[in-house]
Design a binder for this molecule. Structure first.
Ligand code: MD3
Ligand code: FE
Length: 216
């Protein structure tokens, strides 16, 4: 029996193209895991993840914080980017060098050179947490792409169309996967299905998503 038939040399999982200008780069962040997690811990010390409230009065199940010049927040008054953390009154922590370099390399690999993010939204999900279908449209200029890094336990990402009622593709996002989308796909509806119970060796029962944007 030729065992080679069943043991391909290349065990790298395939990248996925979700749409003409939206890709998932499998494992792209894995070489940076150590540095990313150390810098994430420092950001969380200065700006802890917290549950925000939507303008509709719902408490978000993902706890969030930010780093970078601008940070995304929501409260009863609406969604917006601010220079200061409303919890501490301090400027958001700076974008760590490892975050910036990874976001730029991923954007480049996905066909978006010259990406200069000024905001990184950090979502922390525990099992059961989710994010309902929405568009990212609080940024000034939709010509810039968005890059997102998944860490920790897996999630099912919901990738829809330009209308909330359009069909959605379901894609599993694993620790180290990086998604990049822009151009015609920048305003697609998307979300995250409720997380299943799981444990990740470095993060425990937690999923973290870093979303890099050019907001201002
Ligand atoms: C959008 N975060 O913070 S980003 C958000 O996993 C947000 O925490 C999610 O949506 C999270 O606003 C998902 C991943 C993503 C990937 C591909 C996309 C969002 C996308 C393609 C088009 C539009
Ligand atoms: Fe989003």
């Amino acid at each position: 029996m030729n065992l080679d038939l069943f043991t391909p040399d290349d065990l790298t999982p395939a990248n996925v193209r979700l749409a003409p200008q939206a890709v998932v780069l499998r494992g792209f962040a894995l070489p940076d895991e150590g540095r990313l997690l150390r810098e994430l811990a420092q950001v969380w010390e200065q700006a802890p993840p917290r549950h925000m409230v939507t303008p509709g009065g719902y408490r978000m199940s993902a706890a969030l914080t930010n780093c970078g010049t601008l940070g995304w927040t929501t409260d009863e008054r609406g969604y917006r980017y601010t220079r200061h953390d409303p919890l501490t009154g301090q400027p958001w922590p700076a974008l760590p060098a490892s975050f910036m370099a990874l976001a730029q390399r991923a954007a480049q690999a996905a066909g978006f050179p010259d990406f200069q993010p000024d905001a990184c939204l950090i979502n922390r999900y525990l099992p059961g947490a989710r994010m309902s279908l929405h568009q990212d449209k609080n940024e000034r200029d939709f010509r810039f792409p968005i890059a997102s890094v998944s860490l920790g336990i897996p999630a099912i990402f919901l990738f829809g169309g330009m209308k909330r009622s359009d069909a959605v593709q379901r894609v599993a996002l694993q620790h180290g996967d990086v998604a990049v989308w822009g151009g015609a796909d920048r305003l697609r509806y998307h979300g995250v299905a409720p997380l299943k119970d799981a444990t990740h060796p470095s993060l425990g029962a937690v999923r973290v998503n870093l979303t890099f944007r050019r907001a201002g």
